[in-house]
Write a protein that binds this ligand. Structure first.
Ligand SMILES: [Zn+2]
Length: 56
């Protein structure tokens, strides 16, 4: 996994990057673009998984 990839900040639905989630106190956030609700850790896991799939 690319360490520069902002996994917890990126919406796995539309790819929107939320700068506010750099603050680790932000546990959940709603994507302003597609209005998906994201749990920071769950979203990060999904994105890391997707990265792994795309890398293969
Ligand atoms: Zn989104």
């Amino acid at each position: 996994v690319n360490t520069f990839y902002a996994s917890s900040q990126t919406c796995h639905c539309c790819g929107y990057k939320n700068e506010e989630t750099k603050d680790l106190n932000v546990r959940e956030w709603t994507c302003p673009k597609c209005h998906s609700n994201h749990d920071r850790d769950v979203n990060a896991s999904i994105n890391i998984l997707m990265q792994g799939i795309l890398a293969n």
